[in-house]
Design a protein around this ligand. Sequence first.
Ligand code: NAD
Ligand code: ADP
Ligand code: HBR
Length: 252
Amino acid sequence: MNRFEGKVVIITGAGNGMGKAAAHRFASEGAIVVLADLYQDALDKVHSELNSSKTLSVKTDVSNEAEVKNLIEQTIKNFNKIDILINNAGVHIPGTILDGSIQDWEKISSVNINGAIYCSKYALPHLIESKGCIVNNASVSGLGADWGAAYYCVSKGAIVNLTRVLALDFGLQGVRVNSVCPSLVKTNMTNSWPDDIRNKFNERIPLGRAAEPEEVAAVMSFLASDDASFVNGVNLPVDGGVTASDGQPKIV
Ligand code: NAD
Ligand code: ADP
Ligand code: HBR
């Protein structure tokens, strides 16, 4: 499939995990890929794995408004347009509201919420021009709440509603906005979680396992493609069935 031939895609948090998997997926379908991440060495590694004439790396802290403006400017300068924005960069810090410091909240909210706001705000004028789309990486943690992840869940709830408000406000201008909502995915964010926690997830996920980053990237690419041309404002679980449960205990 070459669904993204000639399309320009910005992917934040492209240095690792689902962002990296998305970079490979979009590139494999013909896209020009703009990689944005906090870490230059991670960017260099992903860049070296892709066709360099169709790849641009821009070291970007998405929580820094000026750096996001620079990301958009560099993309326009190099490729003249933006067709797709993947708001994927994010951080996770566990804890209840009493465990977490205000610095933890500032970190999570500035990366997970402000980052998506800045990227959306500055990409949108170009997306309106191209009749493009946004795919956010939210989480099932934004559709409901988890124990002991207060700030993270609040930040992901914000992304779920950001998806909806942008879908309403820009639909008439031809811009679609959707999100993926994964449960546990095997990435750096979660690889260090202890085995007993991972086993508890496996028990609660009807498919009995965590997702591979590529399984989420595949859904991002669907939502960004013309195959999803009438899908707008959807927060799509990519969760092996977790949200099919009403939350009552597993007794069989
Ligand atoms: P990851 O840690 O493998 O990748 C995240 C990337 O974002 C890293 O390359 C990191 O350097 C980058 N990043 C962090 N802060 C940044 C900033 N300020 N500016 C730019 N880049 C920054 O994690 P992942 O699991 O691939 O996470 C991707 C997204 O998926 C996040 O938004 C996360 O909340 C969400 N998510 C993860 C899971 C999971 O189980 N791993 C589940 C649901 C949703
Ligand atoms: P924070 O920057 O919020 O303190 P981390 O240091 O845990 O968060 O970084 C988040 C993710 O960034 C890590 O899971 C890892 O994938 C990636 N990362 C961290 N340091 C590096 C690095 N030096 N090079 C490449 N990727 C890195
Ligand atoms: C586990 C999952 O809900 C997450 C890290 O977002």
